[in-house]
Design a protein around this ligand. Structure first.
Ligand code: ADP
Length: 420
């Protein structure tokens, strides 16, 4: 199948989120972890490449994105999407603006849009200002982010230092008038030489107007939600053939394992709720892992009945995470646990597990790497932005769901397992 739409995401769970929303339409969506080493064969109509470039040095982000673009072009893609975080995570250096400008140059386009809005998840843009729930971005917890503190809520002001060409706005009053008015506004801005257009969106319906107005633009940029209506828009206008290879969920053995390395507030609740159901569970102790390795956990796992979907978790409350980090160092503690969970994933697969519920962005990276899962077909969504994905691992068809910190509700683990 020839690829129509190629997306590049600046982080792993962001790519999963985008892939899940695109797959809501029923078209086949394929998610690649990193730029594939091999040239494209058997690609999906919608291809998403996950990079790890959000906080990389600008030059590295440009180089990686350029390689991803080349692969997507070789797959036949004609429409491109640059996906970043719905809180516009970036610094005055980048990487959102520089990457967008590089993509524009490479694709020969003189205008693109910026729309990180995701009304379903409380991200809205009004008069160019981004809100997180009811708070302006710069008053939200994002103001204290360790790597990309967001101290301004105005997207035009945030973007300007990151790009070389003029920045403008298509505001909500225009978007509310519909796709035609938005197209006219974009055209007028283009005549004035405005290359980078922030587009307001406060309600879900705005996203449909924006997708309708912008579906023929070669390059769009934004959060996952603005891309969500595109598959259906392409099916309606015939850009995508009606039979665009739907993905059929394969039948899989029900043996499962739940691996949790996220320590977010929501994951703590999810682990507690799962244990309350009386499911078998094993808690990893970072200090014991540092001293003795993952042997005890692997022995415990070897004795489990995988049809009961046992849970192995390092998930802990902030004070015990801090204690472990003080003893081992932040990076070392994280690495030891990620490695242990990755080893458990491989052991579980070799013991017959075919369904893997994984909590934590970094944890997901470690587990997919260990399972050599670098191409995933995206299936049904469990929670907004968290789909089941299917891939081959050591010659076996397996299913994985990769949940970043605060996604999903308290019963996510059982909801995920019940969904297949
Ligand atoms: P999230 O998506 O919630 O940010 P991640 O998996 O990306 O989750 O990050 C959590 C990090 O915390 C991982 O590196 C993980 O190994 C580490 N970690 C998990 N449990 C503990 C713990 N008990 N003590 C210290 N670090 C931990």
């Amino acid at each position: 199948m020839r690829t129509l739409f190629g997306a590049i995401a600046d982080d792993f769970t962001g790519a999963t989120d985008l892939a899940g929303l695109l797959a809501r339409s029923g078209v086949r969506v394929s998610l690649r972890i990193g730029v594939p080493a091999e040239p494209p064969t058997d690609t999906a109509a919608f291809e998403v490449i996950a990079l790890k470039s959000r906080t990389a040095p600008v030059a590295d982000a440009l180089q990686e994105t350029r390689a991803a673009l080349g692969w997507l072009q070789a797959a036949g893609a004609q429409r491109f999407f640059w996906k970043y975080c719905s809180t516009f995570d970036s610094t005055p250096e980048g990487n959102i603006g520089p990457v967008a400008e590089m993509l524009m140059d490479a694709l020969g386009v003189d205008q693109t849009i910026y729309c990180p809005a995701f009304p379903e998840n409380g991200r809205s843009i009004f008069m160019g200002n981004l809100f997180v729930g009811q708070q302006p971005l710069a008053e939200s917890p994002m103001k204290d982010h360790p790597l990309t503190p967001m101290r301004d809520s105005n997207l035009m002001r945030l973007l300007e230092p990151q790009v070389t060409r003029p920045v403008g706005l298509a505001d909500r009053l225009t978007v509310a008038k519909g796709a035609e008015a938005l197209r006219a506004r974009l055209g007028a801005l283009k005549e004035q030489g405005v290359a980078h257009v922030v587009v307001d969106a406060v309600a879900n319906n705005d996203l449909f107007e924006i997708a309708d107005a912008c579906r023929d633009m070669v390059l769009l940029t934004g959060g996952s939600a603005v891309a969500m209506p595109l598959p259906k828009a392409y099916l309606r206008d015939g850009t995508l053939e009606a039979d665009a290879a739907r993905f059929d969920v394969p039948a899989l053995d029900s043996q499962a394992v739940v691996l949790s390395g996220s320590c977010s507030a929501m994951t703590n609740k999810q682990v507690a709720a799962y244990r309350l159901l009386g499911r078998p569970s094993y808690q990893l102790d970072p200090l014991a892992l540092a001293q003795k390795g993952a042997g005890d956990a692997l022995d415990w796992l070897a004795g489990q009945d995988l049809s009961k979907s046992p849970l192995i978790y390092a998930t802990a409350k902030p004070d015990s995470v801090k204690a472990a980090q003080e003893m081992l160092g932040v990076a070392e503690a994280g690495k030891i646990i990620e490695q242990a969970l990755a080893d458990c994933a491989v052991a579980a697969r070799d013991a017959g597990a075919r369904r893997f519920v994984v909590a934590g962005g970094e944890t997901s990276g470690a587990v997919t790497k260990a399972l050599a899962a670098d191409q995933l077909d995206v299936g049904p969504e469990i929670a907004p932005g968290v789909p089941w994905c299917f891939c081959q691992s050591a010659g076996q068809q397996i299913a994985l769901t990769l949940k970043s910190g605060n996604f999903g509700d308290e019963m996510f683990f059982t909801e995920a397992l019940d969904k297949l």
